[in-house]
Design a binder for this molecule. Sequence first.
Ligand code: PMP
Ligand code: GLN
Length: 389
Amino acid sequence: LNRRLAEFGTTIFAEMSALAVATGSINLGQGFPDTDGPEAIREAAVRALRDGRGNQYPPGPGVPELRTAIAAHQERRYGLSYDPDREVLVTAGATEAIAATLLALVEPGDEVIALEPYYDSYAACIAMAGGTRVPVTLRPHEGSFRLDLEELRAAVTPRTRLLLVNTPHNPTGTVLTREELTAVARLAVERDLLVVTDEVYEHLVFDDAEHLPLASFPGMRERTVSIGSAGKTFSFTGWKVGWVTSTPDLVTAVRSAKQFLTYVASGPFQYAVAEALSLPDTYFEAFREDMRVKRDLLSAGLTEAGFKVFRPSGTYFVTTDIRPLGAVLSEGGDGFAFCRALPERAGVVAIPNAVFYDHREEGAPFVRFAFCKRTSVLEEAAARLKSLG
Ligand code: PMP
Ligand code: GLN
């Protein structure tokens, strides 16, 4: 393994899902729903397979039906207009969108600012591109993890190439507010930075939170690469359909890298996702409401079990602080030790947030649980966790 990748080892998601299988535990680690997306959309995929649509290499940028549907979705929801032929690119999940974007835009030695804790593939892809990651830490403040705008500003140097933002944010559940995004956008314009914004949880926002795409802020559309995913929005994580929307130049750049990664992927599923994106608003509302109920259920269970819960405003993850549990399963609130011991002790798998930090000590006491699971599963998990105390 080369030096760029040596530090990364096995992704925590594979490690923890394997541990869940080996111990027969409830897997609240890796974020995937245990209920598949809409029947009508599965049927659309079957029809595409049966009718021979997408069984051979689809066009490099994605099938026209899907690119049109992505552009229509951005217009309908956010009033952002993109030309489906020049400003939309279909990728093998958001994962490839992130990889291709960073490989296309980062020069060796460039600095990439990312909000810490960050989704694990960001660090690996920055490294593969030869860049240097510069983490800006989100810290607990009045019950949620917030961005320190002064710290963000101070992180920008003449070497900064781009700013990698994620909202709604995995793993903290933070949804950046209008004020925060306005400040991020101002900084990007002032310092002439490119911005990559991972918005795969755009439809999962709760209570009063609102998802605002960074590309919709003044001066941002022309410097922003926005990333979405059908895996998250329609509960088909195995289909690996994601997308990028940006300017023609930036999309062309990302495509230059993408063509040598997968070239194309997920042919028949692209047609099905085109139909999914055209579902009526009632689908998106019901999905969000379903996840809100699950959030409340698991959050209540975790609180009762003795965790401090950071109530998420978005995503399908809840971050907790294990320190109130005292010495249960770990000395002094070490999330790694806790998550390694939890399956044997309670039959539940979770993710130690420390893996998403460069400053590991900042993330040590935090543990993430996924709530995109059936009610009965969440209830059973909560009951098992209660036995910890
Ligand atoms: N970004 C974030 C923040 C994610 O949480 C995930 C998936 N868990 C991805 C990107 C990857 O999405 P996909 O499955 O579409 O590759
Ligand atoms: N994004 C999912 C999570 O955060 C997992 C994706 C993966 O396994 N790579 O849990």
